[in-house]
Design a protein around this ligand. Structure first.
Ligand code: HEC
Length: 152
């Protein structure tokens, strides 16, 4: 999943060179804009939604305590706890368990870090972003993975 993000950057961005953004015009409103491509985070969500259609052995999503898209805000207490933990403890992952309905899940949260100025400037300047002070190297959100545990 991390490599979804890394490969988009590596393969698409490097392939097109420094003017990659002019070439494919990545834009969240790409559907309404001719010649424009989805953002990495949108690609990630489309693939995650597709995966959820073919398997119920696990689900995953890219979330943040400060989401541009409210759909990416944490919904459960353990998601909130995990995102707070990875924000407070750079370099660490979070692992927890939660019971939703009659199923207990293993929930893991892996940090998504601002690796380039493109990450921080786009989020900081975005009108729907609740934060405008992200810095390079900071945890911006995380990948949440949830697996149902066998019933005992
Ligand atoms: C050109 C603007 C832009 C760039 C560059 C960008 N993002 Fe985003 N990011 C967005 C938008 C818009 C969304 C919401 C996408 C959706 O609809 O799910 C988003 C979603 C996210 C989310 C999910 C939570 C949220 O804010 O909705 C995370 C985490 C995230 N981005 C991290 C990053 C990181 C890390 C980078 C750099 C590797 C990055 N972004 C680069 C615009 C951008």
């Amino acid at each position: 999943m991390n490599s979804d993000q890394a490969n988009y950057t590596k393969l698409i961005v490097q392939l097109l060179g420094p003017n990659w953004a002019d070439a494919i015009k990545p834009n969240e409103h790409w559907e309404d804009m001719e010649g424009s491509a989805p953002l990495p985070a949108q690609m990630f969500r489309y693939v995650a939604e597709g995966v959820a259609e073919v398997t119920d052995t696990f689900t995953y999503s890219l979330q943040s305590l400060w989401p541009v898209n409210k759909q990416n805000a944490p919904k459960t207490d353990v998601e909130k706890e995990g995102l707070q933990f990875i924000a407070d403890n750079p370099g660490q992952n979070f692992y927890g368990e939660e019971t939703l309905g009659d199923t207990t899940y293993f929930t893991a949260v892996y940090p998504d870090v601002a690796v380039s100025p493109a990450c921080t400037s786009c989020h900081n300047d975005h009108k729907d972003s609740p934060r405008s002070d992200f810095e390079i190297g900071e945890v911006m959100g995380g990948v949440v993975i949830r697996l149902p545990l066998p019933k005992t």
